[in-house]
Design a protein around this ligand. Structure first.
Ligand code: 13P
Ligand code: SF4
Length: 306
């Protein structure tokens, strides 16, 4: 028999309690998944939340690298990713072997790895960053030469904010590159009062048109500011659910209706319930890789505290 969303939510809530589980959801998740979560946030906030929780089980409503990061930080907890096919295509644009090869050509460079990467790639890196702390992490390093992987556009954006010498990896987010500068230019004419906020995974031509370049968490905080009334949103459109929920009297205009991350949308209320019932699919990083990757993630989290 089919369950309504309300019934599914009720079942998830009671099973979450029985399993002593916490449900973490990324800002791009489907609205109904965000609504059943204990916490909704950006990659940095989610990894900080995972590191601190005393739950036995973490249900990660996001993509594979996010669940892996939770497993890296919490090896004694069961980390569930309700749909194992929810991977990040950008994270798949680099392998540990490819990175090792590139490093050989850049002796002395520090490898800064965007959190949107596999545990194996993190294990080959010196420090991680997210879109929320990338500039701060890079500025904290005492080396001038940096290899930034895998997002060329985030790497390019960072290079405009720092004097460090940054070599790039040619990865990109297939969702954010759908946002074109001409869409923003047109919307700016239509909504002259609106602020333009874009994610740093967007192309430089898009970033050039923005009032603010922010992580998804940064965008949510910016939208809460009382003087901000209208925003042209240059990121994945799942975030608009949260923006409207938290700011009922404000206007949020998607820069592109095409900016949808299909992998994020694989997680549904049904798959969350199923995952809690079956305690599967579990994401677990092998210990040797975990320890190396954890050093890079810890270094990032320490930078955030300083
Ligand atoms: P945030 O860390 O800004 O939430 O970004 C995650 C992501 O996957 C963006 O595409
Ligand atoms: Fe990866 Fe882009 Fe989806 Fe973020 S929006 S998870 S970077 S494909």
């Amino acid at each position: 028999m089919e369950n309504s969303d309300a019934e599914l939510k009720q079942k998830i809530i009671s099973l979450r309690k029985r399993r002593n589980a916490i449900i973490l959801a990324h800002n791009y998740q489907l609205g109904e998944v965000q609504d059943v979560a204990d916490f909704v946030g950006d990659s940095l906030e989610l990894s900080q939340k995972a590191a601190k929780t005393d739950a036995d089980v973490i249900v990660f409503c996001g993509v594979h690298f996010m669940a892996e990061t939770a497993s890296i930080l919490c090896p004694d907890k069961v980390v569930l990713l309700p749909d194992i096919h929810a991977g990040c295509p950008m994270a798949d644009m680099i392998t540990a072997e490819g990175l090792r090869e590139r490093k050989r050509g850049l002796p002395g460079a520090i490898v800064v790895c965007y959190i949107n990467s596999s545990a194996e790639v993190k294990a080959e890196s010196d420090v991680c960053c997210t879109s929320a702390n990338a500039v701060k992490v890079i500025e904290s390093l005492d080396t001038e030469a940096i290899l930034f992987v895998p997002d060329q556009y985030l790497g390019h954006y960072i290079s405009t904010e720092t004097d460090k010498r940054i070599s790039l990896w040619p990865g990109f987010c297939p969702t954010h590159i759908r946002i074109q500068p001409q869409y923003i230019a047109k919307l700016k004419q239509e909504y002259p009062q609106a602020k333009v906020v874009v994610h740093p995974e967007c192309r430089p031509e898009v970033i050039a048109l923005a009032d603010e370049v922010l992580s998804t968490g940064g965008l949510c905080r910016y939208a809460n500011r009382s003087e901000v009334k209208e925003i042209i949103v240059g990121t994945e459109i799942g975030i608009i659910h949260r923006l409207r929920k938290e700011n009922r009297d404000k206007k949020f205009i998607p820069a592109s209706e095409q900016a949808i991350c299909p992998r994020m949308k694989l997680i549904t209320l049904e798959s969350v319930l199923w995952s809690l019932q079956e305690m599967s699919p579990e994401v677990k990083v092998p210990e040797e890789t975990r320890l190396k990757a954890k050093a890079a993630v810890d270094k990032m989290l320490e930078t955030g505290r300083s």
